[in-house]
Write a protein that binds this ligand. Structure first.
Ligand code: SF4
Length: 501
């Protein structure tokens, strides 16, 4: 089910104008969005003209009270940025992971810059070539390196920050929501012209601290108020007087990632005025309205795993069906399934959820979940329910059928790995052993988000991508896929050939 997926990163950055140490804010900001990236984490602060960096693998660690002073000493300063990362680009061995950990820095000719980024660059080939000319021996470790170096190149040319960011927005294709710090300690944030990935701005109650965050939950944990979601093509800078917004690139269609609503974002975050949990509840109500015959043939609703809970409430409210807690999580088997490699994934999902046989025995069950990607975990869940005696298993899936890869920071890189790219919902039901798989319609999904269709990226469910090179690569990949080409690696390795052509 949806929890097989990975996202690129979570970004947090903050500045305090009363010269308070910024590290605690960055720390909690990252802890609150560790779900966006678990492979590595990093903190960077600025103090007296110097960047201070700490990067490590795995989740953001718990810090013992006795070690706090040590952390303050390691990361001094009143301005900083941080990042949690899951790689959707670059290599995944341990050495490469630590090399690719963000925030990244770049320096030349007395200029320097630090960047924390969430997203994915599509035209990497062209950028690597340009950067290598200016930085001989440039070693690409992650897409943040591309953003940071490209921005620095433009600053070295003598452009001011706004012009340099504008050039990046014009010349880099892909999704990029970034926070950065300049050589004189000024913090800034910007989004690509389509605004594909989230990034918001907020402030502390006394306006002494301003922050940027991928999700509002990280503002909440720090006690900050949300000011706004950064607009596509917008640069935001901060001074004692507050946040300054500059729209640098206009006239591109907004394309916010639809999948954030279904799966990645925390239910207690919001990207506009609505909380994600409210939207997910509406997804559940839609599924009932769209599948009334199935609802009539069901005895109960079951949500598995927790990303299906909000939609299950919606299904319950709209249908009046009993919502059973027929499964229990093993409390300390806490790994999100996507942390694991393929072989381990299967067994861990099997281990972490326990079905209560008396509750499902002889019952016709509706299971709500966010998405089906490969179908392997869905199959495990259905098998478990059958084994415990469920008579019928219907799957209500909030995210419409995924039929194409993602180029913008979600780890769905190839057609071959997506069960929905080659099978209808009826076929998928047979493969996973369910009586029916009911996907929410695209219209229903879009309506529930409060966004209009042309404000969302729906690339992976429509194969219509908001950026031109991504569309070209997708079309070429699909052609090869349908011809039986074996997809052995990440899409981007093949994409390079398309970009060069
Ligand atoms: S292709 Fe899908 S997952 Fe990727 S940004 Fe678009 S909606 Fe999100």
């Amino acid at each position: 089910m949806g929890e097989q997926l990975k996202i690129a990163c979570g970004v947090f950055g903050a500045v305090n104008f009363q010269k308070q140490p910024i590290f605690p804010y960055i720390y909690w900001g990252l802890r609150a969005q560790n779900h966006r990236g678990h492979q590595s984490h990093g903190f960077l602060t600025y103090n007296n003209g110097k960047f201070h960096v700490y990067r490590s693998l795995d989740l953001v660690p718990k810090i013992k009270t006795s070690a706090i002073q040590e952390w303050f000493g390691r990361l001094p300063g009143h301005v900083g940025i941080g990042n949690v990362r899951y790689t959707t680009s670059g290599k995944t061995d341990e050495k490469s992971l630590i090399m690719g950990t963000q925030p990244v820095t770049a320096s030349k000719n007395g200029f320097k810059l630090a960047v924390s980024f969430n997203g994915n660059v599509v035209n990497t080939f062209r950028l690597k070539k340009e950067i290598s000319k200016e930085f001989p021996g440039f070693s690409y470790e992650c897409d943040a390196d591309l953003i940071c170096h490209k921005l620095l190149i433009e600053l070295i040319k003598g452009k001011d920050l706004a012009s340099a960011v504008e050039t990046c927005m014009e010349e880099i294709e892909g999704a990029f929501s970034a926070a950065g710090i300049t050589k004189d300690g000024k913090i800034f944030a910007f989004k690509d012209p389509h605004g594909i990935r989230p990034l918001c701005a907020g402030h502390s109650e006394d306006h002494s601290t301003y922050a940027f965050s991928s999700e509002t939950a990280s503002l909440d944990i720090n006690g900050f108020e949300r000011d706004f979601e950064i607009e596509p093509g917008e640069l935001v800078t901060v001074s004692k007087g507050g946040l300054k917004r500059e729209k640098l690139v206009n006239n591109r269609r907004k394309a916010f990632c639809a999948f954030e609503f279904a799966y990645f974002a925390r239910p207690d975050s919001r990207f506009d005025e609505k909380y994600v949990y409210e939207i997910r509840e509406e997804f559940g109500r839609n599924l009932v309205r769209e599948n009334s015959d199935i609802v009539k043939d069901a005895d109960m609703i079951l949500s598995l795993p927790e990303t299906g809970n909000d939609s299950a409430l919606g299904v319950h409210e709209e249908s009046g069906l009993r919502w059973e807690k027929a499964s229990r999580r093993h409390r300390y088997v806490t790994e999100r399934a996507f942390i694991l490699v393929n072989r381990e994934r299967y067994s861990t999902i099997d281990k972490k959820i326990n079905i209560l046989a008396p509750k499902v025995k002889g019952k016709r069950v509706i299971v709500t979940d966010d998405s089906i990607v490969r179908g392997d975990t869905t199959k495990v869940i259905v098998e478990k329910l059958r084994k415990m005696g469920a008579k019928k298993v219907y799957l209500f899936i909030t995210f419409p059928r995924i039929i194409g890869p993602c180029f913008y920071g979600i780890d769905m890189a190839t057609y071959g790995q997506l069960i929905g790219s080659k099978h209808s919902s009826e076929e998928i039901a047979k493969i996973v052993g369910a009586d029916a798989v009911c996907y929410q319609s695209i219209e229903g999904f879009v309506g529930a988000t409060g966004f209009s269709r042309d404000q969302l990226c729906l690339g992976c469910i429509t194969c219509k991508y908001p950026t031109p090179l991504a569309q070209k690569i997708a079309d070429e990949m699909k052609k090869r896929f349908l011809e039986g080409y074996e997809e052995t690696g990440r899409l981007y390795e093949i994409a390079e050939a398309v970009e060069k052509a």
